[in-house]
Structure formats: C-alpha cells, structure tokens
Design a protein around this ligand. Structure first.
Ligand SMILES: *Cc1c(COP(=O)(O)O)cnc(C)c1O
Length: 221
C-alpha cells in the first residue's frame, strides 16, 4: 500500500468531527510530501529539531503539531511556526511557550497532557496537577495572552487489553467533559494512535495521531 492509499483509507473511516494528525517522526520529507500531495495538511512530530528542519523544507500551508515531550529550552525554535503543542505538562512550560509566542507576536494553541496509562514511563498530569494549572491560569489571566489551551491529550497503556485501554480513554473523556462545560474553548481531545484510534473515537476522541498506519513502521536505527 502507498502512503496516499493508506491516508485515503484512514480518512474515509474517520467521522467528520475527528481531526487527523499524520505522525511523520523519523520519516523523510519525501514521505511527508507524498501525504501532502494526497491532501494532508496536519503533521505531528516528537522532536523539535526534526520538526523545524521539515517545516523549513516543506510548503508553508502545513499545520505543525508537537506531540512529544517538550524541553523548555527548545520552545524558542518552534515558536515562530508551531500550531499546536500536545504535550504540555507543567505551568513552567506554559509560561515559556507564552513568552516565546509573545516574542513572535503569535498565539500558540496547547493541549494539557494527562497521565492516564498505568505505566509510569509516560508523561502527563494527574487531576490535581491539572487543577493546579487551571487555578494558576485563572490568576494569571492577563499574563498568558499568547497561549490558548484548547483541550487535553493522553496516551493509553501499551497493552493488548482492550478493556484496559477503553477504561483509560473513558476516564480522560470524563475529565475532558468536565473541563469543556466550564471552558468552552477547550474542545479538543487528542487521543488514539494507529493501534487504538477506532476505540479512542468511540470513547469521544476529536483528534487522532496516526503514524505507522500511514507511513509504515518506523526504523530507529
Ligand atoms: C509516535 C506517536 C504516535 C503515533 O504512533 P503510531 O502507533 O505510529 O500511530 C502518536 N502519538 C504520540 C505521542 C507519538 O509519539
């Protein structure tokens, strides 16, 4: 199967309200251009340097999403162009994104990453940390004008156990619903990857991050 075919097939299976982020990490620009030529305009990367190189090499009507863990000292490299940062997990990081966005006269969209998996290797906030950040934001309303929090992101445990994954997605959805009733601009729920996006959508995802099902398996050598 070609990248274009994979993309068409996946797109046609997604409900209209679900946004597809094509996760292109480790893949060469030629592969991304194949997806671009097939109509894809949203790409997700997990390393700022790699994303910036691709941003520079590719057409400028692409939306770039940072889906990986973000180091504060690297925010400045993506601040001129990034559209959505999925993995925000501290107030300190939000402040840095705000600062760098302001320098570029931009507003950068952010998702707060929640820890929903059982593994402790995955980044993210628990509910009390989430509420702490939201409280900070209420107090700092006038300060952080250059970021906009538009929702939540989460990754389920890496397991074959569909019930486990479903339980985690539903928990994230219920946190999201609570937030969404209080803050109407928080309307994006980023959950679901190649192996679990259909389940994620049935649990209420509005944004799926799909890599290997579009571009093939990644080779990390
Ligand atoms: C790599 C990655 C994906 C895509 O994974 P696939 O299984 O290849 O679809 C999605 N989300 C995040 C955060 C990732 O790092």
């Amino acid at each position: 199967m070609s990248i274009a075919n994979n993309l068409t097939q996946i797109k046609s299976s997604l409900p209209e309200q679900v946004t597809l982020v094509a996760v292109s990490k480790t893949k060469p620009v030629a592969n991304l251009m194949e997806a671009y030529d097939a109509g894809q305009r949203i790409f997700g990367e997990n390393k700022i340097q790699e994303m910036t190189d691709k941003y520079e090499a590719m057409p400028k009507d692409i939306e770039w999403h940072m889906i990986g863990h973000v180091q504060t000292n690297k925010v400045k490299y993506m601040a001129p162009y990034v559209n959505l940062v999925h993995g925000v997990d501290s107030f300190k990081l939000l402040k840095e994104i705000n600062k760098q966005a302001a320098k570029n006269n931009r507003v950068i969209n952010c998702l707060l990453q929640m820890h929903i998996a059982e593994e402790d290797t995955k980044f993210g906030l628990d509910e009390s940390e989430l509420n702490e950040i939201l409280d900070h934001l209420k107090l700092d309303k006038n300060e952080l004008k250059n970021i906009k929090i538009i929702g939540l992101m989460g990754m389920a445990t890496f397991t074959e156990d569909q019930n486990q994954i479903k339980k985690e997605f539903l928990r994230l959805k219920s946190i999201f619903d609570k937030l969404n009733t209080e803050h109407s601009q928080m309307n994006t729920l980023s959950m679901g990857m190649s192996g679990d996006y259909e389940l994620a959508i049935s649990c209420g995802s509005t944004m799926v991050r799909i890599g290997s099902s579009i571009f093939g398996n990644r080779n990390y050598q």
